[in-house]
Design a protein around this ligand. Structure first.
Ligand code: AMP
Ligand code: ZN
Length: 465
């Protein structure tokens, strides 16, 4: 499996350091608001990544942090007049519901920053002991970027043109303003009740130290893979490297991967620009999580993706095409065991699919292989034996273990309660007899029980309202 490593700026083999498990850290949400679909572009990219790793037979240990203390969460909680933990809980809960709605596999660990303050203080103490961090007159502790020779290696910063000695307390800044960054921020009036005692007085951790401390706690001092959106690369990830490597003297992370932004009219989708849709906005407009996931994972993760409603419409049509094919295959297979060998066209499609995902997660090519399978299946359908149809379905399943869009939501079908199934059977009989009034009456009865019937050429399907 080959991926593009932002550190070396080259494609390289991704293989775990130990026990067949890829240890992976992904920068998670700042829980001060609902995540927007730009954020979910990053989380779906990471989901595809972990699924491709598993597709290749490795295990994954993924850690995703929840930033529940920073400038934005504190501002939000204090403005709302509620405790920080109460304020962030709403958005943590919403985030997990959204992940589910997008069929994103859960990470193994979701550490919250506020549960790891002692680990962060210990790391800052270590950096102070080593002489790479110092307490400034304002009571905050800063990392001295000049003391870490490797500073700039991820973002490829030309240091000769940088001014030195400046200090930056904000969590985010640009390459033109490189300066010493805050590891620990002294308490200020605007922090209100938020703060922890430390060897440097009351205060709170900087955003960057949070990820270094929690990643090393759960994944070790050197681990395989670290990911995020491209905006995380500098300064956040650069600072994470500096903090971790200055403290341990060891390589922090072997492979770094970053996804390009989701844009709107050519501009990065972001809260501050106000050009965003939350997942909830789109669900309320009648789009499904499955359709939104399809749009997000369809583009190559390193290519910019412009959000447009026409892409959702295309996704809806493409998914209907996939559904028709898969339903027809299922009908043909009629519960038969898969044949030992899949038809040649299916084996070829799987081979192309595998090559695509192992070539730096080339999802556009992977989808092309999936649609090749749809096309070939449709034309071969009449001549397929049930066992062969079942074998083709297995290939769809294998592809979908990575894409997560083909069978997404279909499980509900298998869980249709007996009484609903009885109504469905009655309705199928009514329709066969062209008794449309009875068919409509049964549809209403099914709806009253909380289920929605959809009719297609392959017959009726049902899903929960
Ligand atoms: P934040 O909550 O702002 O810390 O962002 C959470 C994650 O979403 C990070 O990995 C960001 O890099 C990523 N992100 C934010 N905006 C976008 C966007 N428009 N497109 C893709 N990823 C984004
Ligand atoms: Zn982070």
């Amino acid at each position: 499996m080959n991926v593009f490593n932002s550190l070396t700026r080259r494609n390289g083999e991704l293989a775990p350091l130990s026990d067949n498990t890829v240890r992976m850290y992904t920068c998670g949400p700042t829980v001060y608001n609902f995540a927007h679909i730009g954020n979910f572009r990053a989380y779906t990219f990471e989901d595809i990544l972990r699924r491709v790793i598993q597709f290749n037979g490795f295990k994954v240990k993924q850690v995703m942090n929840l930033t529940d203390v920073d400038d934005k969460t504190i501002r939000g909680a204090n403005a709302a007049g509620v405790a920080l933990t109460d304020y962030t809980k709403t958005y943590k809960d919403a985030f997990f519901a959204d992940l589910k709605a997008l069929n994103i596999q859960p990470a193994e660990v979701y550490p919250a920053a506020t549960d790891h303050i002692p680990e962060m203080i210990a790391l800052v103490e270590k950096l102070v002991e080593k002489g790479v961090a110092y307490k400034a007159p304002d009571g905050s502790v800063y990392f001295s970027v000049r003391k870490f020779p490797g500073y700039g290696k991820l973002a490829h910063i030309d240091f000769d043109h940088q001014q030195t000695g400046a200090r930056c307390a904000a969590d985010e800044y640009d390459k033109e303003n490189v300066g010493d960054f805050a590891l620990w921020k002294a308490w200020e009036e605007s922090d209100g009740p938020v703060g922890w005692d430390s060897p440097w007085g009351r205060g709170r951790p900087g955003w960057h130290i949070e990820c270094s401390a929690m990643s090393m706690k759960y994944l070790g001092e050197t681990f395989d893979l670290h990911t995020g959106g491209i905006d995380n690369l500098f300064p956040h990830h650069e600072n994470e490297i500096a903090q971790a490597e200055a403290a341990t003297g060891k390589e922090f992370v072997r492979t770094w991967m970053h996804c390009a932004h989701l844009r709107v009219n050519g501009e990065k989708m972001s809260k501050s620009a106000g050009n965003f849709f939350t997942l909830r906005d789109l669900l309320a407009k009648g789009w499904t999580g499955r359709e939104i996931r399809y749009v997000l994972v369809n583009a190559h993760y390193r290519q910019g993706l412009n959000f447009a409603f026409s892409a959702l419409e295309d996704a809806r049509k493409s998914l209907e095409r996939i559904d028709r094919c898969v339903d027809a295959l299922a009908e043909k297979a009629a519960g038969a065991a898969p044949a030992a060998e899949a038809p040649a066209f299916a084996a070829k499609a799987l081979e192309d699919f595998t090559a695509a995902v192992n070539d730096d997660l080339n999802t556009p090519k992977a989808f092309a292989a999936l649609f090749e399978l749809v096309r070939e299946s449709n034309s071969a359908l009449a001549s397929l034996q049930p066992g062969q149809a079942a074998a083709v379905l297995e290939v769809f399943r294998r592809m979908d273990s990575v894409l997560g869009v083909v069978f997404f939501g279909k499980a509900a079908k298998a869980e249709v309660p007996a009484e609903i199934q009885a109504l469905l059977d009655e309705r199928a009989a009514a329709r066969a007899a062209k008794n449309w009034a009875e068919s409509d009456r049964l549809r209403d009865a099914i709806a009253a029980a909380g289920w929605v019937v959809k009719d297609s050429k392959q017959g009726q399907s049902v899903s929960k309202k």
